[in-house]
Design a protein around this ligand. Sequence first.
Ligand SMILES: Nc1nc2c(c(=O)[nH]1)N[C@H]1C(S)=C(S)[C@@H](COP(=O)(O)O)O[C@H]1N2
Ligand SMILES: [Mo]
Length: 161
Amino acid sequence: MSRLSAPPPAKSVRPAALALLGDIDRPGTLTVGDLRARWEQRHAEVVFDCATSGSRHHRFEGPLLRDVVLDAGPVFDPRRRKDRSRFLLAVAGRDGHHTVLSWAELDADFGDAPVLLATRLDGADLDGAGSQLVVPTDRCGARYISAVTRVWVGAWPPDGG
Ligand SMILES: Nc1nc2c(c(=O)[nH]1)N[C@H]1C(S)=C(S)[C@@H](COP(=O)(O)O)O[C@H]1N2
Ligand SMILES: [Mo]
């Protein structure tokens, strides 16, 4: 009688999450499910260039990074454009790839770029893989960070001076 083989180990069902931290009133952890449930989902159809794999084309859905960060209460004076313009964001992926954006790139009074924290990529949910940063205004793909683990928000200079 042949031995029954053991069932394959259950895949981890723990959803990927990102930490939102820095100079904000309400730091916390957000799953892709949170990003889908708590904010309006935008769509972006993008083409970007990669130095190693050439032209890439993807469809993304997810909330505006701007909306997610605003709800966490960045410690700027929301009525003062100059104050908002001092802020930076640093986004990190699980593999250590990271990048920065300025708040002004996202802010409707400055660059107004529709940057997303994606919950879906090419029709597939990102709950297991983690959210992906989407920067439709970029010509190249380097800031399309996948498997986002951390979004830090902070003012420059860091000591407030
Ligand atoms: N986490 C992570 N995301 C990343 C990268 C990376 O090295 N790590 N490379 C970026 C680069 S350089 C490009 S061009 C795109 C490529 O995305 P695609 O191959 O899924 O089209 O992913 C971006 N996102
Ligand atoms: Mo790339």
